[in-house]
Ligand binder design. Structure first.
Ligand code: GCB
Length: 729
């Protein structure tokens, strides 16, 4: 007898009611008819207000006689967010905690003539199951496939941590061009036939093969995949693909793939889509991968939890090197230790065979809302040891928040390190990123360090010729990334860098930049319909195969200025610019090409490079186009604070906090003002004071940018400036 897999797509009844199982079964006929995948937060999880439905809901379905056929029957749930209970014919069979991994339940022996399956799913807040505090919507639902797996009595293991039943460990000898491939299987039979590369062995559980002249899994250019197949005498058979490759990290030279330098440069991805939430189809996953290919990224951080198997498959097939992680995020919970270990065990068990995965991520910004104490350290050590025990072939890492001191003991736990830094967006200036890594690398030349998140929000409706931090313009986002791209290029020791994020995504608690419920740091919009200018910056730097030239500012049509900048992103070495059909300039360079042109009326702009071109229309307006400005109050600050009126021999708000504090009189004034501001907001004054890293960073920021970030009004900034101007340097 063969294994049959039936995907339970149709025929579900959905009840948005936290009722007991018995009631759910009675009410089911009146429930809403839904198909899987499904989330109940596709709309309310994306529209802002942080008020999406979080609770228990039910999915009920009758199983047909045909679906229940076979000797042994298992239910497979590939994603139930966040906790689920499985009931068959009114009896509770299982509970699973964790919204992102696969779990299975055996139904054999519980089946009757008529079988009603009911799954309750819950996404309420609690103190046990991660994530609980994070910047994304915790969609609830059966948002991946649910299958019935029917197998013969003799069959491969299905229950333990959602195992695929087969584990493949290829160890490559690059010099000899061979791979030793260990294939382990779990089953209840006496022997198994294992086949790799045309060779079959009959063994009890484990077979070791040698592949000569091994065809490597060699990143995006040649992601070659082998298949391992296992078959029991009963006919039950499973197969998995695997890849032969060698990953390594060097503190000075960064990442290596198969013995050659292979800097990991890419983006992060969340698994959601406008209008659909996290209930994605295979086509949705494949469409995302096509955009990643177009961008030319060679790595993905699949944040902040286990993604769909289909997506890791796509990464295998496309040669994308992956950082995989669990949702141990933002805030440590004393009662959540076991859940972190469970989620990590499931992640590794279920994803082990994917050649794309290079590292296991232990946590993300976990010290943002928790102290580095023994409990936190112990949880990280336990996770780290679990990863090494289950998988000695891969490295561990974690994504640290900017204010974590670089000498913190937590950084010594994972094999390699990484920081999320948002200087130039949430706080500080762009250059502080450069300084941060230089300082880290100087102090710890033997540690491997990476850049796991960086980004700036942009709403492509907003534009400016004087882009500024916090203005949400497409132009600021582009400038931000131009800086970061150069910063990264100058620091080849960074083992991996990941833009936060490739796509805008739902964070229902957000309300900013003209949108409700979205984090807009994406290079591409939430519905994937629009690539922001910054997308093309990275495409120009990373995509080596498709010649292109992209004119920036296409949506910035109405410009109120005599002269305007025309910027082109291209992967070609030379760009020519035509205005109304006349060649006005040719530039040679790399990635970013800038031209200035006079604006007279309406102009047709055309950029040409070898084998490609782009066009757009812009026009001169007599008044600034108000629809391009998000934060009108903040935008006006730049205009009214004119540096020319400032006496440079005296202090001003243009000086850094550090410079001002070096003078006792000026320092006392700003400290008093900041203390007042903090107590009015009733916030983190002590947290800042107690955090030397944060203090140092603030010391490097100008008073003006600190005040603007704190939301100070025009009058109080001017007043402080007048006072500072009365103090000689
Ligand atoms: C972070 C978090 C990520 C957020 C991001 C942001 O550091 O790790 O989950 O979405 O910042 O945009 O603030």
């Amino acid at each position: 007898m063969m294994r049959t897999i039936t995907t339970l797509t149709e025929g579900w009844r959905f009840l948005k009611a936290a009722v007991p199982a018995e009631t759910a079964l009675n009410w089911a006929a009146r429930g809403e008819e839904v198909t899987l995948p499904h989330t109940w937060n596709a709309v309310d999880g994306q529209d802002g207000g942080n008020d999406y439905h979080r609770g228990t809901c039910w999915y009920v379905r009758e199983l047909t006689e045909e679906e229940c056929a076979g000797e042994r029957l298992f239910l497979e749930v590939n994603g139930a967010a966040m906790t689920a209970e499985v009931w068959l014919n009114g009896e509770k069979l299982a509970r699973h905690e964790g919204g992102y991994s696969t779990f299975r339940v055996e139904l054999t022996g519980k089946l009757r003539e008529k079988n009603i399956l009911a799954i309750s799913v819950n996404n309420e807040d609690n103190t046990v199951v991660y994530p609980q505090k994070a910047d994304f919507t915790f969609y609830g639902g059966l948002y991946r496939t649910v299958n019935l797996i029917s197998v013969p009595a003799e069959h491969f293991e299905l229950l333990k941590d959602g195992t695929p039943g087969i584990k493949v460990t290829p160890v490559v000898d690059l010099e000899k061009k061979t791979a030793t491939v260990t294939v382990e299987t779990w089953h209840n039979g006496k022997s198994v036939d294992i086949t790799v590369n045309g060779e079959t062995r009959t063994v009890e559980k484990t077979a070791v093969f040698t592949i000569e002249n091994v065809h490597l899994w060699d990143g995006a250019e040649d992601p070659y995949l082998y298949t391992a197949e296992a078959r029991l005498p009963s006919g039950d058979a499973i197969r998995t693909r695997f890849g032969c490759r060698v990953f390594a990290c060097d503190p000075e030279k960064g990442f290596f793939l198969n013995g050659r330098s292979y800097p990991l440069r890419g983006v992060s991805r969340h698994q959601d889509l406008k209008g659909k939430g996290n209930a994605l189809s295979y086509e949705d996953h494949a469409a995302d991968m096509a955009i990643i290919r177009e961008l030319g990224a060679n790595t993905l951080r699949l944040a902040h939890y286990q993604h769909a198997q289909e997506f890791y498959d796509l990464c295998d097939e496309n040669g994308i090197v992956v950082w995989a992680e669990i949702p141990y995020i933002t805030m440590h919970m004393s009662g959540g230790r076991q859940n972190t270990l469970d989620q990590m065990r499931e992640l590794i068990t279920q994803c082990y065979n994917h050649p794309c995965i290079a590292v296991w991520g232990l946590s993300n910004e976990i010290t943002a809302a928790s102290a580095v104490n023994e409990e936190l350290l112990e949880n990280h050590r336990a996770l780290n040891e679990l990863c090494h025990r289950m998988d000695p072939t891969r490295l561990t890492t974690m994504a640290d928040v900017f204010m974590l001191e670089i000498d913190s003991p937590i950084l010594e736990i994972p094999d390699i390190n990484s920081y999320n830094l948002y200087f130039g967006w949430y706080l500080g200036e762009l250059e502080q990123t450069d300084e941060f890594f230089d300082e880290y690398h100087d102090k710890y030349p033997d540690r491997v360090i990476g850049f796991s998140e960086y980004g700036a929000d942009a709403n492509p409706a907003f534009h400016s010729s004087r882009p500024e931090k916090g203005d949400y313009t497409e132009e600021y986002q582009a400038l931000y990334h131009e800086h970061m791209l150069k910063m990264i290029q100058a620091r080849p020791y960074l083992w991996a860098t990941h833009v936060w994020n490739l796509f805008d995504f739902a964070a229902d608690g957000r309300d900013e930049g003209g949108k409700h419920g979205e984090n807009q740091k994406g290079l591409v919009t939430f519905d994937r319909s629009l690539r922001k200018d910054a997308f093309y910056l990275y495409k120009a730097a990373w995509n080596k195969t498709e010649p292109f030239a992209h004119l920036c500012g296409k949506r910035y049509v109405n410009r109120c200025e005599e002269e305007t900048e025309i910027k082109v992103y291209s992967n070609q070495p030379e760009v020519r610019l035509y205005v109304d059909g006349t060649l006005i300039g040719t530039q040679r360079g790399e990635t970013v090409f800038r031209f200035r042109i006079p604006l007279l009326g309406e102009h047709l702009i055309r950029a040409e490079a070898e084998g490609c071109s782009d066009t757009m229309c812009i026009r001169r307006g007599s008044e600034p186009d108000e629809s391009y400005i998000f934060n009108k109050a903040a935008a006006s600050v730049t205009n009214w604070f004119d540096a020319d009126d400032v006496d440079p021999s005296c202090f001003s708000v243009s000086d850094t906090l550090g410079e001002i504090r070096s003078n006792p009189q000026a320092g006392a004034i700003v400290d008093a003002m900041m203390a007042r501001g903090a107590s009015e907001r009733g916030d983190v004054a002590d947290a800042v004071k107690d955090n030397p890293a944060l203090q140092r960073m603030m010391g490097r920021m100008t008073m003006l940018s600190l005040l603007k970030q704190g939301g100070a009004d025009e009058e109080s900034i001017k007043q402080l400036n007048r006072i500072l101007q009365g103090i000689k340097k």
